[in-house]
Design a binder for this molecule. Sequence first.
Ligand code: UT7
Length: 370
Amino acid sequence: MTIYAHITGWGMSLPDKILTNDEMATFVDTNDKWIRERTGIESRRIASDEDTTASLGAEAALKALEMANLNPHDVDLVIVSTSSPEHIFPSTASLVQDRIGAINAGAFDLLAACTGFIYALNLATQNIRSGSIQNAVVIGSETLSRLIDWTDRTTCILFGDGAGAFVLQANETPGGVISSILRSDGSGGDLLSVPAGGSKLPASMDTIQAGKHFVQMNGREVFRFATRVMARASQEAMEKADWNVDDVSLIIPHQANLRIIDAAARGLKLPLDRFAINVQKYGNTSTASIPLATIEAFEEGRLQPNDKIIMVGFGAGLTWGAVAAIWSGPLPTEKPVNFTAQRLLAAIRSRILRLYRRIEGFIWGRGKSA
Ligand code: UT7
């Protein structure tokens, strides 16, 4: 019996604050015309003090679970793909698992930069198709605005914050994620990086003064790399799925730069209207960009059940990859899950567990000193 991994729910979460190009031009040496012409970006969302990578990711995940009508208790795996994790550890995925009340799930972060969502989809799919798990939540979440040097016009105009999530579920009906290709070329690691804050260059006065905790990028080289790999990766995923380009209804590319998407379209000999594009509204939300663009395409009526789609990304690492999938939608379920109660329960459970741990620690400590 073959098991397939269907995309049965999706949700997104965006910070309220919209930062336009004109507003940006008031504090950094740039202008709306340059940004639009060179990138296609018109505005981006910026996380408030209350928004975190876990809070945005959890909100997106809860919406996705609600759409799939899947009880958080039935989630087996939570993967958060992110380049802006809340900490080196604990993983942002564990924080999300707690917030959504996925009490029976394993959780981990995946770092493949802007390609991360593609890698995470592949991983969740392989787990489901092997029969090892039934249900996974895959989240791309970023608060990259916290890692940006807001005086550096070559990077700060590009990035934005947000999160998107998919629920993947096992089902015997053919469909869901059909093929994927994952690639990496670490020789280009220096082209796009946050150099300090890891074990090689731990935080110090020197690293802070040198701005090494901010995103640094060789834009031209990353641009050249991206235009080389996007069409090729899409083509490879199609070949692996045994599809040709005419079978595909929609290509959902990583939203980094309209000119890069345009180059991919030319590489595939497809008109731009076969691509999902929302870079103008949100800028480059890194690993969140593919789920955000997919969900908006669905909301615009551009995705129907059984449509064949390609999701394709590139990013730091260097990494790139593509997924060929058949769009599904929620599986039939018997009993509606009460998500208001689930949200409340998850919050109460988390508080009780913390309190219990403190009381237990106190009693255990007293017992030891007696
Ligand atoms: O998820 C992956 C993340 N990264 C990417 O996808 C980045 C890929 N690269 C790009 O998207 C483009 O390379 C950029 C948008 C970053 C830059 O566009 P470009 O057409 O490659 O510009 P450039 O770096 O060649 O710079 C052209 C000119 C320079 O001035 P001069 O030397 O020609 O006088 C820059 O100083 O534009 C200037 N410039 C700006 N001017 C106004 C660079 N940034 C800005 C700016 N506003 N924000």
